[in-house]
Design a protein around this ligand. Structure first.
Ligand code: PLP
Length: 454
């Protein structure tokens, strides 16, 4: 399998190259040159998660990584999950299911792809005996999952930027209490947008580039999305019958695009619904065709506080029938002007691929309480956005799966307030307090961050 850029001006690469470079050199995102079909055998219910993941990764990584490397990555992933099914489905109501994605080492769905990406990157670097620096901005979950996945990796240095005081205490402790020489945690005196801007600055800094290969583990990286396809395949197979609609709590649209890819590959995936909080660029563009950036609003579902969902570019690329010139023009205009208007034909195509539902803060809190009283489930604010959106769909239209993306104990303040009791911490979130923390505070300027990296 080869990979091309959504902007059409970068050389074709293999899986390992796409994974190690993150963004394509023309500023586009890597996508498979053609969409493969999932192995038909995977449509049977009850196939182990490891089997599905191995098959999906082999399809995408093909010749570029050895079968042994893929096998080791999948085995490590499954070993680190605390649930035998890895991503169990829990039925809430006659036609409503919860897909629990939070049984991994940092109790958020990002573990699923990050654990795989860490092993696969290490294997790819071992082949050429080279080294890589990864930089990533986080509003909490990405950083925690990345620190845990990459800690101790021999050939990789990881630099994580989080906005000081704006990640939950549990999320901060998950990142900062891991003692590993190859991890640098920076608390930026600014917001998440400052962190993203600084990461872009680092990725294009000549001096840093001169010191070695540089990449990112945000969901622009195709390896992240490839690692999120398997649970759509297993959930679709488990609910064999009318294809379920998946409601995905959405920030950068990476998870939802993985669902789109699973459907494109023939998995039993019906509609895709992106559930968003007040940072609703995706819902607005699907309503009126205007894609525009606004100031980020802080919400309870912090990991979805994203104004310009990076993976929207992959969807636009597909909805234009892979027209790279149009995709490039649209996103260059958006980058320059902060707004771009789509024509009616493109808007109609996008609406045929996905829909979006906006959920307010009040509805999010109310859903946390409702899920407990109606289903006996304690859910996190991100999951609550998805469940609230799922309950707005007509159950007569068939089964609905809402994705549960984080464990509620990562967000004790809002969950405790909505329920009147604190969510019980799973073992992986216990004993964090009191451990030594490793991080440094930094001003939100590129010069200040670069000075920290010497
Ligand atoms: C990252 C994250 C999301 C959003 O996923 P995207 O791929 O960015 O759309 C939703 N919920 C939780 C808990 C997350 O950590």
């Amino acid at each position: 399998m080869k990979y091309i850029s959504t902007r059409g001006q970068a050389p074709t690469v293999d899986f390992a190259q796409a994974m190690l470079s993150g963004l394509a050199p023309d500023g586009g995102l890597y996508v498979p040159e053609t969409w493969p079909a999932a192995e038909p055998a995977l449509a049977r219910p009850g196939i182990p998660y490891a089997t599905v993941a191995r098959s999906v990764l082999t399809t995408f990584a093909g010749m570029s990584l050895s079968a042994g490397a893929i096998d080791r990555a999948v085995t490590r992933l499954v070993e680190r999950f605390r649930h035998e099914a890895v991503t169990p489905l829990v039925q809430l109501d006659a036609n409503l299911w919860l897909l629990e994605l939070f049984h991994g080492p940092t109790a958020a769905f990002k573990d699923l792809a990050m654990q795989l990406a860490a092993s696969l990157m290490d294997a790819a670097l071992a082949g050429s005996d080279s080294r890589l620096t990864l930089v990533t901005a986080t509003s909490g979950d990405t950083g925690a999952a990345a620190v845990r996945a990459f800690a101790g990796a021999e050939r990789i240095r990881l630099i994580v930027l989080h906005p000081e005081g704006r990640v939950s205490p549990v999320q901060r402790l998950q990142m900062t209490t891991v003692a590993a020489d190859n991890i640098t945690n920076l608390a930026v005196r600014g917001d998440f947008d400052d962190c993203q801007r600084l990461v872009k600055g680092l990725l294009t800094d000549e001096g840093l580039r001169a010191r070695g290969a540089l990449s990112s583990v945000n969901s622009i990286n195709w390896a992240r999305l490839a690692g999120q396809i398997p649970y759509y395949v297993t959930a679709g197979a488990a609910l064999a019958g009318p294809a379920p609609r998946f409601v995905v709590p959405t920030g950068n649209f990476g998870d939802a695009f993985a669902g789109w890819a699973a459907r494109r590959m023939g998995a039993n995936v019906g509609g895709l619904v992106a559930a968003v909080n007040s940072n609703d660029a995706l819902a607005r563009v699907l309503t009126d065709g205007v894609y525009s950036r606004r100031t980020t609003v802080e919400t309870h579902s912090v990991s979805m506080d994203v104004q310009a969902p990076s993976n929207f570019e992959r969807l636009v690329f597909e909805a234009t029938d892979r027209d790279t010139d149009r995709t490039r023009a649209l996103f260059e205009t958006f980058a320059r002007e902060g707004t771009v208007t789509l024509d009616d034909a493109l808007l109609a195509r996008l609406r045929a691929e996905v829909s979006a539902v906006t959920v307010s803060e009040a509805e999010t809190r109310a859903e946390i309480a409702h899920a407990w009283s109606a289903y006996g489930q304690v859910i996190c604010p991100h999951t609550a956005v998805a469940v609230a959106a799922a309950r707005r769909l007509d159950p007569a239209d068939g089964p609905v799966v809402a994705l549960a993306t984080a464990h509620p104990a990562k967000f004790p303040a809002v969950v405790g307030e909505a329920l009147g009791f604190d969510p019980v911490r799973p073992a992986v979130l216990q004993g964090l307090e009191g451990r030594p923390e490793h991080y440094r505070k930094v001003e939100p300027t590129l010069a200040a961050v670069l000075a920290m990296l010497d």
